[in-house]
Unconditional design. Structure first.
Length: 137
């Protein structure tokens, strides 16, 4: 079993990368809603919500109300990467060696949140978090 300290936040942000350039569109894709992210990442809506709140606090993701064609409600919250969020997830990809497209559909046995503190990849990701914490007010 391969283990990596990728968090749910990393996986959520990776799932938003394909939509980065569409943040100004009038009609948002379903994949930018909590339900769409949940389906892409394979996690419950509650876990997605917690990850999105943490990413918003760190300034990596922002939300806005948008029209979503495939959604029952006419307007709903959609979530988008900021420029800092895009740079951050690209750095995470470089540090872990996992392509962004391969981050969010990871099977759960690969994502292990009980990775030892001294795991070299975890140490590098924590250093990366500290670097980006200085960028975001």
């Amino acid at each position: 079993m391969r283990t990596t300290p990728l968090t749910n936040g990393h996986r959520v942000m990776a799932s938003l990368v394909p939509y980065f350039e569409r943040a100004d569109d009038y009609v948002a894709p379903f994949g930018t809603t909590q339900s769409g992210i949940s389906q892409r990442v394979g996690l419950s809506a509650a876990r997605i919500s917690v990850a999105l709140v943490e990413c918003r606090k760190r300034g990596l993701v922002f939300n806005q109300r948008s029209h979503v064609k495939e959604y029952a409600r006419p307007r709903t919250d959609t979530y988008w990467l900021t420029w800092v969020g895009l740079a951050y997830i690209q750095e995470v990809s470089a540090v872990t060696g996992i392509r962004i497209e391969d981050m969010y559909p990871l099977p759960l046995d690969v994502v292990n949140h009980k990775v030892p503190r001294e795991h070299p990849m975890r140490v590098r990701l924590e250093a990366l978090d500290a670097k980006f914490a200085a960028v975001v007010p």
